[in-house]
Design a protein around this ligand. Sequence first.
Ligand code: PLP
Length: 484
Amino acid sequence: MLNSTSQARRAIPAVDTLLRTAAFESLVHDFGRPLILECLRKLLGEQRRRLAAERIALAPDEDTLADECRARLSRAARPSLGPVFNLTGTVLHTNLGRALYPAEAVAAATQAMVRPVNLEYDIDGAGRGERDSHVEERLLRLTGAEAAVVVNNNAAAVYLALNTVAAGREVVVSRGELVEIGGAFRIPDIMASSGCILREIGTTNRTHPRDVEGAIGELTGALMKVHTSNYEIRGFTAEVGAAEMARIAHARSLPLIEDLGCGMLVDLEDFGLPHEPTPREAIAAGADLVTFSGDKLLGGPQCGVIVGRKDLVARVRKNPMKRALRLDKVRLAALEAVLALYDDPGRLAARLPTLRLLTRAEPEIAQQATRLCAAVQQAVGTSIEVRVVACASQIGSGALPVDTLASAGLRLSAVERRGTSIDGLATAFRRLPVPVIGRIRDDALWFDLRCLDAAQEEEFASQLSELQWAELQPAEPQRSRGGP
Ligand SMILES: *Cc1c(COP(=O)(O)O)cnc(C)c1O
């Protein structure tokens, strides 16, 4: 006599039989046979072990198995990298991908992905076989420089500039400018990895021309200025400006490298925003090589730009590491399209997403918040109060660290503080199909709506019904967790 467990185990259908059923035929159609086989074998193995261990007599039927397979495969098929709602209040959020491509850049990038392109092919015999030539003229027009190269990001640009002009030599930098950007980019480290010797001068708050002069010796390879893009030194301060640094450098026949970080190509004040130093200003002040990012205020793809003196840029181009750090055709196409938008600065704020978000007026954002308030309130239930509030957006990515933009949004706070977890609420919003990412401050979850594009407002509102928020009702008294 067989006992009930082995009878049940026997009742688990064979893989071949299962695959011939209608439920599994449809799965094979959707996911392909190899994945279904792998999933099914694993699932049946688990069932056999469960039946043996728990002595339960019921083997799952084919529909239950098919449903479980579909659920597992759908989960596994979900892309790891996907869209989110950036309601953090930081427009250029490095962890959320920084600048968004304008439609023109998407179109250009798509063409470059799916069709052959003249990336390094001299079509008109004008001697252009160089990939950077597709963007160089525009970069020169926008910065006033003599030559330009583009690479993977600004960290690569700084590395290449330093390594090309000053490897094995000292580079003079003020102690007030030894910047760290998000942990991975630190001036002392990039200096070391590019083969240069950091020569710190001055103090954290004050550096004088005599400090620069006094540090220059036989070993000096370059002077450097770094834009303190994510902090500000205030109070009793003194800085040697780019023009003064350039004068000192040129008197000793040394190059001045300036790392600008952001590199907005037009004056932000024209758009009612605070001033940010531009590459044109740095070149005009006398910097010989200027580096900046493509995906910060410039509003383009991730890349780094080096503009400056023709002879130095030519040496950068010949650096063997240039090839390792060069830009691919897709981002190059996107960059060309973005730079083309700068031909018409009057329409830039309408066409460049970064600038469009930065220049959104507070009353318009507040109206949006008012429109969405009731829907969010309904989704979170009565234990949470949702209010339309004024807030302050940041530009982010090391631009204008202390300036903020007047904005509006929603503030979600617990009606009764005890027992309601704002962290849990934030997690629930992050688990929506398109994760909603806000910011926790003062025991509340804040959604700054500056970056909620009108085109995505409907999507934002309609997925709220899927919010899995356990503390919908404040009814049950919370158990004490114990301890202080
Ligand atoms: C952002 C920044 C960098 C790094 O640029 P990436 O494009 O992120 O590599 C370097 N220097 C400064 C001053 C910056 O602001």
